[in-house]
Design a protein around this ligand. Structure first.
Ligand code: GLA
Length: 377
């Protein structure tokens, strides 16, 4: 079965947009292996929009690769990716054209799913631009869900309708393994923050087999690339990655992995954070925020496997701040003879036992992420 924990990989869109090629994909595959990303769990290498010619083949009606970008065809690339031990991902759209105006799969779902299978594809991102007026959006995801099942190859179905039509409530039933729940991320702190905070309530619709996808990471882009904006600093990226890991979103890298800074590489391969993301129980977070007036100081609590927990303290404000947490809100009963023992995942700092209250100071835009156990006191 696919996607028993949140899928992890890389996608070309955030940094490269239309500037993709066979050479880029091969160099990215090399980097994913050489820089330790595959070892850390990132196994899908996904080509986003702009890989095909502008029109379908007039004889076969198939979508065909742009020979200027992929001169030896798609199998040359997928063979290379597979030989590296990675999985190969591609992109299409539920409408008549993709968002960047290439052929979409509307009314060609079964033909296209077979074409993707011929290309050795293991993952299909399926976008939502240019849907014909009056056609039901959920039906189009059902169609591709069925076409992929019938194509003769196991292909992870990554739906991308940006949260339309209450996507979380029906997309699992349509066969998807992950689904975008928001509009596109841009490379700044508020974009990542707003996306994450908008999804806290929606993680009840995320579980083994089908995960809520908060979009490709901008970690490590520093304002360079295709999704605009001023970029972030390393603290901002630490907080973004921590949110994606704590919440259990798929982790799709969006920076140029051939040129990662040491800080980017260390963050994206942080084993303790990834272990939270990949926790086999895949539970959502509980919002245990209690700050009396600030909307920028948040605490999220999560049940993990093996009787453990995670707690994240986030300071989204522009100044350092105390971020309060009452164990009461996570379920500890006063006088029950238990307390929380915490260990911070970035610093190794041990805190506890905490019976009732803990209020760490968190720097502006920063976070503290703890693994926790309930101990007797
Ligand atoms: C939409 C998607 C993006 C990306 C582009 C490609 O905007 O949400 O993630 O795939 O299309 O054109």
């Amino acid at each position: 079965m696919l996607a028993m924990t949140p899928p992890m990989g890389y996608n070309t869109w955030n940094t490269f947009g239309t500037n993709i090629s066979a050479d880029l994909i091969k160099e990215t595959a090399d980097a994913m292996v050489d820089e330790g990303l595959l070892d850390a769990g990132y196994k899908y290498l996904v080509i986003d929009d702009c890989w095909s010619k502008r029109q379908r083949d007039p004889v076969t009606d198939k979508i065909v690769p742009d020979e200027n970008k992929f001169p030896k065809g798609m199998n040359d690339v997928s063979d290379y990716v597979h030989a590296k031990g990675l999985k190969f991902g591609m992109y299409s759209c539920a409408g008549v054209r993709t968002c960047a105006d290439y052929p979409g799969s509307f009314d060609h779902e079964f033909l296209d799913a077979e074409t993707f299978a011929e290309y050795g594809c293991d993952f299909l991102k399926y976008d939502f631009c240019f849907k014909p007026e009056g056609i039901d959006g959920p039906l189009l995801y059902r169609r591709m869900g069925m076409a992929l099942k019938a194509c003769g190859r196991e292909i992870l179905f990554s739906a991308c309708n940006w949260g339309s039509d209450n996507v979380g409530t029906w997309i699992r039933a349509a066969g998807a393994h992950m689904y975008r729940s928001t509009g596109d991320i841009v490379d700044n702190f508020n974009s990542a923050k707003d996306i994450a905070l908008s999804q806290v309530q929606n993680y009840c619709y995320s579980a083994p087999g089908c995960f809520n996808d908060m979009d490709m990471l901008t970690v490590g882009m520093y304002g360079k690339g295709n999704v605009g904006s001023s970029g972030c600093n390393d603290t901002d990226y630490k907080t973004q990655f921590s949110l994606w890991c704590l919440f259990g979103s798929p982790l799709m890298i969006g920076c140029d992995v051939r040129k990662m800074t040491p800080a980017t590489k260390a963050l994206l391969t942080n084993r303790d954070l990834i272990a939270l993301n990949q926790d086999p129980e895949c539970r959502g977070v509980i919002n245990v925020t209690t700050h009396p007036w600030s909307n920028d100081l948040k605490v999220f609590f999560r049940h993990l496997s093996n009787g453990e927990y995670a707690i994240g303290f986030f300071n989204f404000s522009d100044h350092d701040a105390v971020v309060p947490f009452y164990t009461f809100n996570a379920g500890l009963v006063a006088g029950c003879g238990r307390a929380l023992q915490l260990k911070e995942l970035f610093t190794g700092e041990e805190v506890g036992p905490i019976k009732d209250y803990y209020n760490p100071t968190v720097a502006s835009h920063d976070c503290k992420i703890f693994r926790a156990q309930v101990v007797r006191v």
